[in-house]
Design a protein around this ligand. Structure first.
Ligand code: F6R
Length: 608
C-alpha cells in the first residue's frame, strides 16, 4: 500500500527515484510523484495514474535536475486518485516536501487545528497534515522538528522528507510501515522494499518502529525519539537484481508461477539434514509442545487459504486440533487463546495490518506465536516468537503464487516436525513423509508440464459470467485459493464451494453451460465428489475436472480436464494449485486484464 523512495548523492536523483518507483509499483498504482531539490528549491511533479506517465511527464527524470529527492506511488485511501491527492505534498511556505506510506488516524483533529492556525490544504489526504506540522514546528533544527511532529501523529507511517534549508539531505521516519535504508558508495537511499534498492546496493539497514534517519551522500545517521544516535547492523541481501525483473516473461505472475519448483526447493532444502527436518529457528521442546492444546492459524487472503490447506496435515500428524481464523475477524473476536495455544501467523509481505493486529492480540493473551513469512526483517518476522522464512525470493505480482506454495510447504514440514517430536509419527511414516516432501519440487514441475492446454481452456472459459470451484476436504481448501486467483486477476465472478454443500442452496445457480471446476484429487473422498459432478452435469453444467491422468471415472464424466501427477492428498495442495494458477493467468490474459496489477488491489495491505 503505497511505496516511497528517497535518494541523496552526487548524481541526479529523479532517474534513480523513478527506477525505484517502478519496482514498488506493485504496492499501489493510483498516482505517483517526485520532489527533487536543487539550489535550495524543491520542485514537485505529480500525475494521476501509473509511473509510466510520471516518466513521460518528467522526460525520464531529465526535466527535474537535483541530487536529493523523494518519490511516491499511491494506493488511495483518503481522497480520490487525483493529481492533487498524489504525493509528495508541499508545505505552504515551500520549505518541506513529504511522501508517506501508512494512515494518520488523528488527521481530522490535526487538520482542524492547522486550519485554525491559518494553514491551507491542497488535498483531501491524511498525509498533508504532516507537512504543515513540519512548517509549524520548524525552528531551524530538522531532527528536533521531526521528532515533535511524529509525536503528534497517531497511526502508521513510513515518511520521507525534504527540507530546502538542508539541500544535501533527506530524512525518514518509521512507525508500523516498512522502511529500509540502502547504503551505497557516495550515495544513500531509502525505500519501502528492498526490490527498489537492489539495482544500486545490496547493503541495507532495516529500520525499526520509532527510528528516524538522516541521509546524505556520504552519511547515514539513525536516531531515536530522544534524538540519540542509534547504531544499527547492516544486512547484505542475498538475491540479485534479476530476481526482481521479469526475465523474459510477459508478466511477473507467469514468471513466479514457473519459479515455484525452485522456490519450494529453496524452502525445503536448508531444513533437511541427513534425512531429517531441522528447524533451527524453532526452539520448542517436546514438553512445551505437549502442553499445547490447540493451534490457531491466522492470516489474510491467500495466506489464510494456505493455512486452510495446511491444516489437514498439521492436525493429522500432531493430533492437536487446528482452527483457522481470518486475521481481520480474529482481532475483534475476543478469541479463546491462551498460553496453551500455538498461533501460526502466515504472511508473504510480513506487513499486513490485520495480520499484525491479530498477532498482537494473540501474544497479549499469552500464546506462543510462530510466523511463516517471506520478507526478511518485516514486522511480522520481528514480532514473532519463532520466525520461519519461506525463501521464495521477491514476489512482485500482486496475486500471490509462490508465496502460497512455499507457505503451505512450511506447514507440511511443521506437521512432520511437530508430529515426530510429539511421538505421533512412527519412523516408517516419518521416512515416507520425508520422501514425499523431498519430491514436492519435482511434482510441482510435473503439474506445470502436464497442463499445456491451460491456455486453450482459457479461451473456452474466459467469457463465463461466473465459475464455480468445488471440492471436498483438502480439495475444497485448494478450491478456495483457485477461486480467489481467478476473481482477483480476471475479474470473473468465481466462488469455491464445499462440493457436499451444493445441494443446500448453491445448486440453484447451476444452469446450462455454467462452468464448474471440480477438484478431484483427494482419493479418499473422490467417489463423493464424483456424485456432485454428476448432479451439476444433470443440470447442464460444463465440468472442468482437475485430477490424475488415470482417473477413468472422472475422465469419463468431465467435459474438460486439468491434470496433476498422482500424489497423496496429505501434501497435495502445492501441486494441485498449479493448474488453477495457470488457468486463472490465461483467462485474465484472454480478458486483456492488467495481470500483475489488478484493479483496486495492491500488494502488502498495510491498512485495516
Ligand atoms: C491474493 C493475495 C492476497 C494476500 C493477502 C495477505 O493473491 O496475494 O490475498 O495473500 O493480502 O498478504 P500477506 O501474505 O502479505 O500477508
Amino acid at each position: 500500500m503505497c511505496g516511497i523512495v528517497g535518494f541523496a548523492g552526487l548524481r541526479d536523483a529523479a532517474p534513480v527515484l523513478l527506477d525505484g518507483l517502478k519496482k514498488l509499483e506493485y504496492r499501489g498504482y493510483d498516482s505517483a510523484g517526485l520532489a527533487v531539490m536543487k539550489d535550495g528549491t524543491i520542485s514537485v511533479t505529480k500525475v494521476s495514474g501509473r509511473i509510466a506517465s510520471l516518466c513521460e511527464r518528467t522526460d525520464e527524470g531529465r526535466s527535474m535536475p537535483g541530487f536529493t529527492g523523494i518519490g511516491h506511488t499511491r494506493w488511495a485511501t483518503h481522497g480520490a486518485p487525483t493529481e492533487e491527492n498524489a504525493h509528495p505534498h508541499l508545505s505552504n511556505d515551500g520549505r518541506f516536501a513529504i511522501v508517506h506510506n501508512g494512515i494518520i488516524e488523528n488527521y481530522i483533529q490535526l487538520r482542524e487545528e492547522l486550519i485554525g492556525q491559518g494553514y491551507h490544504f491542497d488535498s483531501e489526504t491524511d498525509t498533508e497534515v504532516i507537512v504543515h506540522l513540519l512548517e509549524m514546528y520548524y525552528r531551524g533544527n530538522m531532527r528536533k522538528t521531526l521528532i515533535k511532529v511524529v509525536n503528534r501523529l497517531k497511526g502508521s507511517y513510513a515518511l520521507g522528507v525534504l527540507c530546502s534549508d538542508e539541500p544535501e539531505k533527506i530524512y525518514a521516519a518509521r512507525e508500523a510501515s516498512p522502511l529500509i535504508i540502502g547504503l551505497g558508495l557516495d550515495e544513500n537511499y531509502f525505500a519501502s522494499d528492498v526490490t527498489a534498492l537492489v539495482a544500486n546496493t545490496r547493503n541495507v539497514i532495516y529500520m525499526d518502529d520509532g527510528d528516524f534517519a538522516e541521509l546524505s551522500g556520504d552519511s547515514v545517521v539513525i536516531f531515536d525519539g530522544t534524538g540519540r544516535t542509534v547504531s544499527k547492523e547492516s544486512t547484505r541481501i542475498s538475491w540479485d537484481v534479476q530476481a526482481a525483473e521479469k526475465g523474459g516473461f510477459d508478466h511477473f505472475m507467469l514468471k513466479e508461477i514457473m519459479e515455484q519448483p525452485g522456490a519450494v526447493k529453496a524452502t525445503i532444502a536448508p531444513r533437511i539434514s541427513e534425512g531429517r527436518i531441522v528447524f533451527d529457528e524453532i526452539d520448542i521442546s517436546s514438553a512445551e509442545l505437549a502442553d499445547i492444546r490447540k493451534t490457531v492459524i491466522t492470516a489474510c487472503g491467500s495466506a489464510y487459504y494456505a493455512g486452510c490447506a495446511g491444516k489437514y496435515a498439521l492436525e493429522k500428524l500432531t493430533g492437536i486440533p487446528v482452527e483457522t481464523a481470518l486475521a481481520s475477524e480474529l482481532r475483534y473476536s475476543d478469541p479463546l487463546i491462551d498460553e496453551h495455544t500455538l498461533v501460526i501467523v502466515i504472511s508473504q509481505s510480513g506487513e499486513t495490518a490485520d495480520t499484525i493486529a491479530a498477532m498482537k492480540e494473540c501474544r497479549a493473551r499469552g500464546a506462543r506465536v510462530l510466523a511463516i513469512v517471506n520478507v526478511v526483517g518485516s514486522t511480522v518476522a520481528k514480532l514473532a516468537d519463532h520466525t520461519v522464512y519461506t525463501w521464495a525470493g521477491p514476489e512482485i505480482a500482486v496475486a500471490t503464487t509462490k508465496g502460497y506454495t512455499t507457505q503451505v510447504t512450511v506447514l507440511y514440514m511443521l506437521a512432520v516436525f511437530f508430529g515426530e517430536k510429539l511421538g505421533r509419527v512412527s519412523k516408517k511414516e516419518y521416512d515416507k513423509y520425508m520422501m514425499m516432501i523431498a519430491r514436492l519440487p519435482r511434482h510441482i514441475q510435473q503439474a506445470i508440464d502436464m497442463n499445456p492446454l491451460a491456455a486453450a481452456l482459457a479461451k473456452k472459459y474466459h467469457s463465463s459470467k461466473a465459475l464455480f470451484f468445488i471440492g471436498r476436504n483438502t480439495d475444497y481448501a485448494i478450491a478456495l485459493e483457485g477461486a480467489l486467483k481467478m476473481k482477483e486477476i480476471s475479474y470473473l465472478h468465481a466462488e469455491a464451494y464445499a462440493a457436499g454443500e451444493l445441494k443446500h442452496g448453491t445448486i440453484a445457480l447451476i444452469e446450462e453451460h455454467t462452468p464448474v471446476i471440480a477438484l478431484c484429487c483427494n482419493q479418499k473422498i473422490m467417489e463423493k465428489t464424483l456424485s456432485n459432478i454428476v448432479e451439476v452435469k444433470a443440470r447442464g453444467a460444463e465440468v472442468l475436472a482437475l485430477t490424475f491422468r488415470d482417473n477413468q471415472k472422472i475422465l469419463s464424466e468431465a467435459d474438460d480436464l486439468l491434470f496433476i501427477p498422482k500424489v497423496d492428498s496429505i501434501f497435495s495442495a502445492v501441486i494441485e494449485i498449479l493448474p488453477l494458477q495457470l488457468l486463472a493467468y490465461y483467462v485474465a490474459r484472454e480478458n486483456g486484464c492488467d495481470i500483475d496489477k489488478p484493479k483496486n488491489l495492491a500488494k502488502s495491505v498495510t491498512v485495516e
